[in-house]
Design a protein around this ligand. Structure first.
Ligand code: ADP
Ligand code: ZN
Length: 816
């Protein structure tokens, strides 16, 4: 049969290769070989998985191989996503097939396989076949295993089929697990607690019953199992009020976190505030137009951005288009889900790494099948397989968590703009403290700037007090953690029954163990960093590789007995608090405390129920949760991030300080923020104190321009890692030389390029690997890519067989 009469598809294979390949589709697979399906293809001597990108013509009439199998019963993504995958792969220099693989959910354990079933003729044949022949063995196996996956190679079975002995069938493996559906309870249509109290005063005398009803009426939906466990006779009460039509139940899927908890959803507001209406008006107009446009929404914390997001999503849905809502981390995704699910019911998907593989698969397929018009998720939700995407929202767009730091190192916020552009969608980046990058883009009119400067109900921004810690530190003494001002404020908050958040960006108990004799800290054997003492486990631990050991008494460097611990982290802060205020209910939220799955939600829930007075934590507590009873926020180490050798250090510090401060006073009472710092005059600290974003932006953008850092240049970081110290350094030097040669040979464009380094990375050894880095700085993004393309082959050649590996990080965030 001539090959041109067969269908041909372009496939991205899951190998580190740049090209895509054409394959022929055998007749029997033609209807199933759709764009977006996985296939198994021969590649050299191997069989590999790939993705069908398009149907193509075999233009050059090449001798093409055939695909072996189509692995999916239905497409995993819509063809409109293919250009986006291409762009991601090219911009972030990551192989296309691998990129698609990482975008798809991991729970793809659906497999197509062949199974054989014996025919009557086959039964007959068995009687005649020689006792111990291979044929007989095989046929016997088929008889005893009907429907089981047939072992390859299938040649013999195919031959048997021709003889009519058996029938070969295509089958799919079944998948285990699905979304967890739970029963929720809400107030019935038209029922009100007040009417009830009047008409049924008798039964509502019981305190427990009243509390039960209040819990339902004040929520938008509450887990029925929660009602049964929280209230005496909960199950009985539920039956009683359901029967009378006062309460109703509905089914909704929930996340499988052990706490079984979805945040208690908030009711939609009766009407929007003027600033919300104005912003929404602009967005709706653009959505109706149906063309691409990017907006930066600068809305201070508590200005009501979430409500605007919801309304914009609802409008996009009315237009028959889909929406992606990105949040920087799982806990926030769950929080958002809680709010939006109460209004959209089941018409949304969630997608983040907090789900099991099976759940992720289910959520993904819901999107791919067009069953839901909205996804809420972290970075990876950017790849949502929607066919008619209309709106992409990136909440807290400044958050560095949007940068993926392994595999395809993409910046989800920046990529969201590209995806929106390709889909003719509206892109909305929202933040109380926009990234310098995005605000600069807005100032250059690449994005339209929208503002919501007021906190809702004109609640004032919290008053911020900066405490100079130099006044309290003294040589030799145990470091003071809490300044007198903060202690007074804590006393006051406790006296008035309010809640407090204390923020400290360092985990652990003591920071380092130093030797008093030789001055050397105890270091991780795999990483060039100090080990941190953790009290609960009584051990020293490395925060990079997880190495840990018993606390030592003898200095490993000089051998003398002089080890002492210095500094403090969240764990000691919590311990100190409990010592100073024994009656205080304090809890800690950091990476150590939340290792147990579901613990975060439990903590947040307890805090929102006011079962915790003081929440101590790292970054995690700065995220956008809404706790109306928090009036005091204390920032313990405001400036630890300022010392980092990173051009974004000031930006990060300002963002963190502003975000933490934004946690105070979200309810009726004014908030109070105390920032303890060793750099009270730094512009990042003073601007955060004054809630003055414009001044911060002005200072920072001037500095960036002077130093030629982004957004005035484009960076790539070439990171080298090797097991041998000298070899790694040699390779770095050789690579830099090669790159310099190319630059010199490009007289015109070369002057817009700089090679910085090679230098030993600030973390010069990590997880046993020696690390060097080279930065490339370019005036424009295209030049940067042209240059990397030009030197790429040379660099690969230099590294071949050296045992040193190279990763290229475009628009890098990690400078260490
Ligand atoms: P942001 O995300 O900008 O920090 P939120 O969207 O969380 O702010 O809003 C802060 C609070 O204001 C929330 O409790 C929210 O329910 C409430 N809120 C927002 N919009 C309105 C409105 N139009 N009417 C009444 N309350 C609102
Ligand atoms: Zn380590």
């Amino acid at each position: 049969m001539p090959s041109e009469s067969k269908t041909c598809v372009r496939v991205a294979v899951t190998l580190p290769v740049e090209e895509t390949y054409l394959y022929l589709v055998p007749r029997d697979l033609e209807t199933r070989a759709q764009v977006g399906c996985r296939v198994e293809v021969p590649f050299g001597k191997r069989k590999v998985t790939g993705y069908i990108l398009e149907h193509a013509a075999n233009a050059e009439d090449k001798d093409l191989k055939e695909i072996n199998q189509v692995l999916d019963p239905e497409p995993l993504f819509h063809r409109s996503l293919v250009p986006f995958f291409h762009w991601m792969s090219e911009y972030y220099l990551y192989p296309l097939g691998r990129l698609i693989q990482s975008a798809l959910p991991g729970g793809l354990n659906v497999h197509a396989y062949r199974a054989a079933r014996l025919t009557a003729k086959g039964e007959e044949a068995l009687k005649f076949l020689a006792g111990r022949s291979e044929e007989r063995k095989l046929l016997t196996w088929v008889r005893d295993h009907p429907g089981k996956k047939a072992l390859s190679p299938l040649d013999h079975l195919v031959a048997f089929e021709k003889k009519g002995w058996l029938i070969l069938e295509h089958r799919m493996t079944k998948r285990r697990g699905g979304p967890l559906i739970k029963r929720f309870v809400k107030a019935g249509e038209g029922s009100s607690l007040k009417d009830l109290a009047e008409s049924d005063a008798k039964s509502l005398k019981a305190k427990n019953e009243m509390a039960f009803l209040e819990a339902v009426f004040s929520s938008q939906g509450i887990l029925s199992e929660e009602l049964s466990s929280r209230f005496t006779n909960g199950a009985y009460l539920l039956r009683k009020w359901l029967k009378r039509g006062i309460l109703e139940t509905y089914q909704a899927s929930v996340l499988r976190d052990p706490a079984g908890n979805v945040f208690l959803p908030s009711p939609p507001p009766k009407e929007l505030y003027p600033q919300q209406r104005e912003v929404l008006g602009v967005l709706e107009k653009q959505l109706a137009r149906g063309t691409f446009s990017a907006f930066l929404l600068h809305g201070v914390t508590g200005s009501g951005k979430t409500e605007v997001y919801y309304q914009a999503v609802r409008y996009a849905m009315e237009l028959g288009r889909q929406a992606i809502l990105l949040v920087p981390e799982i806990a926030l995704a769950i929080y958002m889900e809680g709010i939006l699910r109460s209004r959209l019911g089941d018409r949304l998907a969630v997608y983040h790494s907090g789900l099991s593989e099976g759940e992720r698969y289910d959520q993904w397929m819901k999107m791919a099948r067009g069953e839901v018009p909205l996804v809420i998720g972290a970075r990876s939700a950017l790849f949502a397989p929607f066919p008619n995407l209309g709106l992409v929202i990136v909440d807290e767009e400044h958050d560095p968590a949007y940068k993926q730091e392994e595999g395809a190192r993409y910046q989800a916020r920046d990529a969201a703009v590209v995806r929106g552009k390709q889909a003719n969608a509206v892109v909305l980046l929202g933040s109380g403290t926009p990234s310098i990058q995005s605000y600069y883009n807005a100032s250059r009119e690449r994005y339209a700037l929208l503002r919501m400067p007021e906190r809702i109900e004109s609640r004032p921004l919290p008053e911020v007090q900066v405490i100079d810690m130099k006044d309290f530190s003294s040589e030799g003494k145990e470091e003071e953690i809490l300044s007198p001002a903060l202690r007074d404020a804590l006393d006051a908050a406790m006296a008035s029954g309010k809640q407090t958040i204390l923020f400290l960006n360092r985990r652990g108990f003591h920071r380092v163990h130093l030797c008093r004799s030789c001055g050397k800290p105890v270091r991780c054997p795999n990483c060039e960093v100090s080990l941190i003492y953790h009290l609960r486990e009584n051990r020293l631990a490395c925060h990079y590789c997880g190495f840990h050991c018993q606390p030592q008494t003898l200095c490993p460097v000089c051998g003398r007995e002089g080890l002492r611990s210095y500094g403090f982290g969240t764990e000691r802060l919590e311990a100190d608090l409990k010592q100073i205020y024994p009656q205080l209910r304090a809890a800690r939220m950091d990476r150590d405390s939340i290792r147990r799955k579901g613990h975060t939600f439990e903590l947040l829930r307890k805090f929102s129920r006011r079962e915790i007075d003081v929440l101590v934590g790292t970054q995690m507590v700065t995220k956008g949760y809404d706790f109306p009873d928090v009036t005091l926020v204390g920032v313990i180490g405001a400036d630890f991030s300022l010392g980092f050798p990173d051009f974004r250090a000031a930006e990060r510090t300002f963002q963190i300080l502003s975000q933490v401060a934004g946690r105070a006073g979200r309810g009726e009472d004014t908030g109070h923020v105390i920032i303890q710092t060793f750099y009270p005059e730094h512009y990042a600290v003073t601007a955060a104190r004054d809630h003055d974003y414009p001044t911060f932006f002005q200072k920072e953008i001037e500095l960036r321009e002077q130093l030629g850092y982004p957004p005035f240049s484009y960076l790539a970081c070439l990171r080298l890692q090797g097991n041998q110290k000298q070899k790694t350094e040699d390779m770095a030097r050789k690579m830099a030389e090669v790159m310099m040669e190319v630059i010199v040979s490009w007289p015109k464009r070369g002057k817009d390029l700089r090679v910085l380094g090679p230098v030993e990375a600030p973390l010069s050894k990590l997880k046993g690997k020696y690390r060097w880095q080279i930065f490339i700085k370019s005036k424009g993004p295209n030049l940067l890519h042209a240059f990397l393309k030009r030197v790429g082959e040379n660099l690969k050649r230099i590294l071949r067989g050296s045992g040193v590996s190279l990763t290229v990080d475009i628009d890098p965030y990690q400078m260490l």
